[in-house]
Design a protein around this ligand. Structure first.
Ligand code: SF4
Length: 416
């Protein structure tokens, strides 16, 4: 009988991919969904904040209580920051970096405790896809990041930016498109840096993708403002571009951007966003509230700037300390309650802007229906806005065009 292995994945989409690669590389073990019966448990960890490290430690304690026979293995970003200490404490059997994941069979068999951090410059030669429903596919196109934002540990645990092989990406898309996938979402640690190391570019890749039969809409994960090059601006009017972009600002106060060691500059961000909005784009951003040094005065300035920007979506986070990053020792710190209040203030502002955008647009919506919940279909339109559709027909996985709809506070609604 084959031994059983259980995978516990923490963190982001990248880790989900890596777990998927490990699972598909396994040959001599059986995957189990039940951690209590596992002979081996692979913890694919996240280390993005101190809190994420704590989750991994408490999970190890939980396993120690419930399944003391299982051998524990640690991989993912936490392997680089916490691996050695956990190994010394005898709490895990082996540590390996994400570059080693395709050797999973060999690693699980090792009798002696081991530490194999691997190579931070590694790039997968396998393009793994993850599918949501039957019509949307996430494609990882690069790994790592060359930026050094003060609060972020990612470049230290994921390495510098490197791109996946274009021929493989396109091959994968061709295969998925011929199987009925119409929407492709390009992801990675820093998607906008795709191609810098391989003498190509994101715009070129997207143009090539669009020529594949069946590719209907292309969406991008988060990009950085300075990555919207002139070449990229030329594809903005293409019909296959999703009319929504997620561009990470993280802040809108110039002083805060400096403290955070960001490469974007507010004045230019504003010009770029206005340019995109004039082209009909809905624009989302990431924002961190409560980073050390964010005084009341700088926060007010940031809110005034955010109010000026044509934003429609936001992923706002309160700052969370990560040891080993420059921000972790910066002073003065911002009280957690204040950071939360700021987050809500910003969120309310962008929610109101989103509603105003939808009310003003009132045009045709190009919708991909992705799920069916509580008697209605749910989908996203070309602006990444939610729509709830009631219908007697089975719409799941369909693309539909909707002209007649009601704009509600949190989403659009239609009956077809
Ligand atoms: S761009 Fe900044 S926040 Fe994003 S992964 Fe790179 S260093 Fe981290």
């Amino acid at each position: 009988m084959k031994k059983k292995v259980y995978f516990k994945t923490f963190g982001c989409r990248t880790n989900l991919y890596d777990s998927q690669v490990m699972m598909s590389s396994l040959q001599e073990y059986e995957i189990t969904e039940n951690e209590d019966e596992a002979d081996a448990i692979v913890i694919n960890s996240c280390t993005v904040t101190n809190g994420a490290d704590t989750h991994v430690r408490s999970y190890i304690s939980h396993v120690e209580k419930h399944n003391s026979k299982a051998k524990l293995f640690l991989t993912g970003c936490g392997a680089h920051t916490k691996g050695e200490s956990l190994l010394k404490e005898n709490r895990i059997h082996g540590v390996f970096g994400q570059s080693e994941k395709q050797k999973i069979d060999k690693l699980l068999k090792k009798e002696q405790p081991f530490y194999e951090p691997g190579d931070l410059n590694h790039i997968d030669d396998m393009v793994v896809d993850e599918f949501v429903g039957k019509s949307r596919a996430f494609i990882k196109i690069q790994e790592g990041c060359n930026f050094r934002c003060s609060y972020c540990i990612i470049p230290y645990v994921r390495g510098d930016a490197r791109s996946m092989d274009e021929t493989r990406i396109l091959e994968q898309i061709r295969r998925l498109a011929s199987n009925g996938f119409g929407e492709f979402i390009l992801t990675g640690t820093n998607v906008g840096s795709y191609g810098q190391d391989t003498k190509t570019s994101l715009a070129k890749l997207m143009k090539r993708m669009s020529q594949i039969r069946g590719v209907r809409r292309i969406r991008l994960g988060s990009v950085e403002p300075i990555q919207i090059s002139d070449e990229f601006k030329e594809i903005l009017d293409e019909p296959w571009m999703e009319k929504h972009m997620h561009i990470a600002l993280q802040h809108t106060s110039p002083k805060m951007l400096k403290l955070m060691n960001r490469r974007n500059v507010y004045k230019q961000d504003r010009e770029l966003f206005e340019f995109l909005a004039d082209k009909g784009y809905a624009i989302g951003t990431d924002f961190i509230t409560g980073h050390p040094g964010e005084s009341e005065e700088l926060w007010r300035e940031a809110m005034l700037n955010a109010a000026e920007l044509p934003l429609t979506h936001i992923h706002a986070f309160t700052y969370s300390k990560r040891d080993g990053t420059p921000s972790a020792t910066m002073k003065p710190e911002v009280n957690g309650r204040v950071a939360k209040e700021r987050l809500h203030e910003l969120q309310d502002l962008i929610d109101a802007k989103n509603l105003a955008f939808r009310e003003k647009f009132r045009g045709e919506l190009d919708v991909l229906i992705e799920s069916y919940k509580e008697g209605a279909y749910h989908g996203l339109d070309q602006h990444f806005n939610k729509i709830v559709v009631e219908s007697d027909e089975d719409l799941l996985g369909n693309w539909i065009t909707i002209n007649d709809y009601e704009v509600k506070k949190e989403y659009n609604y239609a009956r077809v």
